[in-house]
Design a protein around this ligand. Structure first.
Ligand code: SF4
Ligand code: SF4
Length: 427
């Protein structure tokens, strides 16, 4: 693994990170705050920890790895990396006990995702759902990737790129958009081909590994990273694109941190990570390269809010350049291209409460954070909620006990709306 700076030594306990931390916001427990986690790790590393390892594990596992504290910290303390490192350490100590998160991880690692689909089918049986006391997402159609590689030809061969070039992109869907919400994968690919991009979707791609690293299982994480890098290798692609904010956090930020130069596959993983862009950055990049990004029109106007995924808003180096981008981050670039989409602002842009494995290991806490999110959503009174992360979609669709049945709000990916608007495009 890459030698990381011990940034936690820079913590001056100023507390600036407390108000932005979703796990601290519920119950105001210092033990569940970024500053509290830094202190725990400091004392643990100095072998002065008065607590049992299970107590430290509880604090670390209640971290959503949202990165909000990192963004606000004046001393550049990388709390998310600190938490992951501590989880890896604790995971090695803990062994392999039976638990709900271990079952979920097994289902995600299963190559053809048969286990994932079967587990969700069972979890959706009403009495099982009641027994488990939690919501389980329902797969919306057949998986996008079946059992062969997919190639999608650019719709307007070379026209958008000034007739000089057709860019090629690999599509990394991730487990959720490939298997549970396949329409998001299909709409992403359509939006790309309609903008003159040739798209390759390798069947060998799998989970991005985030649920594994956030459980401290670095070995599985590395195995999955290498598998993904090799799935896209040798195709000579210009770019690799994902429409899931959490997948891009995992691939762009964490892959380089958990591989070092001596590891098998280092160069392949590095190259894969450097080539991958989230869908919104990709469209901006295309425009910089001279591709005129198409505008679309919706048949019927909609008023929506866009929930900014934590892993999108914390993208390093992002500079907004339009009013929509100021409002919703990078996604605003595409929102501007959709006539008929009216975006309403959210007051605080709270976290949705998902946090990947956090929603599985701390379902009740996760729901409390989601409830707070819905307070600001209700205040904006939209017709629909848009976002661009698989985890956020899970949590935002889980509205039972938060909204009344007749108040149900549709949740979609912004790319669904863009693809819909392109159907009406005259360009
Ligand atoms: S904002 Fe940074 S320096 Fe201040 S308490 Fe939080 S982690 Fe420490
Ligand atoms: S990453 Fe998010 S949940 Fe974890 S300590 Fe930081 S703000 Fe809190």
């Amino acid at each position: 693994m890459k030698e990381k700076d011990a940034t936690y030594l820079n913590c001056v306990h100023c507390g600036k990170c407390l108000p932005v931390c979703p796990s601290y916001s519920i119950g105001l427990n210092e033990f569940f705050s970024p500053r509290g986690r830094v202190r725990l790790v400091l004392t643990d590393n100095a072998d002065k920890l008065p607590l049992r390892a299970s107590k430290v594990a509880e604090s670390m596992s209640a971290c959503l790895l949202c990165g909000r504290c990192v963004k606000i910290c004046p001393n550049d303390v990388k709390i998310d990396e600190l938490v992951i490192d501590e989880k890896i350490k604790l995971n090695e100590l803990a062994g392999r006990a039976f638990s709900i998160d271990k079952i979920a991880l097994k289902a995600l690692k299963n190559k053809r995702k048969v286990l994932l689909k079967s587990a969700l089918k069972i979890a959706n049986i009403p009495f099982v759902e009641k027994l488990a006391g939690r919501y389980a997402p329902q797969p919306e159609g057949k998986s996008f990737i079946q059992n062969k590689d997919l190639i999608f030809i650019a719709d307007i061969a070379g026209k958008n790129a000034g007739g000089k070039n057709i860019f090629t992109a690999g599509y990394f869907g991730g487990c959720v958009f490939n298997n549970i919400y396949p329409q998001i994968s299909s709409d992403t690919v359509t939006s790309l081909t309609k903008n003159g991009i040739e798209v390759f979707v390798p069947k060998m791609q799998g989970c991005c590994g985030l649920p594994f690293i956030s459980s401290g299982d670095v070995e599985s994480f590395r195995e999955l990273a290498l598998n993904n890098a090799r799935a896209f290798k040798d195709k000579n692609l210009d770019y690799i694109v994902t429409s899931c904010a959490s997948c891009s956090y995992s691939i762009n930020k964490l892959y380089p941190l958990y591989f070092d130069a001596n590891d098998e596959g280092y160069a392949e993983v590095r190259q894969f990570s450097e080539k991958l862009l989230n869908i919104w950055s990709f469209f901006k990049e295309l425009e910089k390269k001279g591709v005129k990004i198409k505008t679309g029109k919706l048949k019927k106007e909609i008023e929506a809010v866009f929930h900014i995924p934590c892993h999108l808003s914390n993208t390093e180096g992002f500079k907004p350049s339009s009013a929509s981008e100021n409002l919703i981050g990078e996604a605003g670039f595409i929102a501007d291209k959709i006539t008929g989409l009216k975006l309403k602002p959210l007051k605080y842009n709270y976290c949705c409460g998902n946090g990947g494995m956090f929603n599985i290991t701390h379902y009740d806490l996760s729901r409390e954070i989601t409830k707070r999110k819905f307070e600001e959503i209700k205040e904006a009174s939209p017709q629909e909620i848009l976002t661009s992360c698989s985890g956020c979609i899970f949590s935002l669709k889980d509205q039972k006990g938060i909204l009344k049945k007749n108040e149900r709000l549709a949740v979609s990916h912004l790319i669904n709306v863009y693809a819909e608007s392109l159907k009406e495009s005259k360009e």
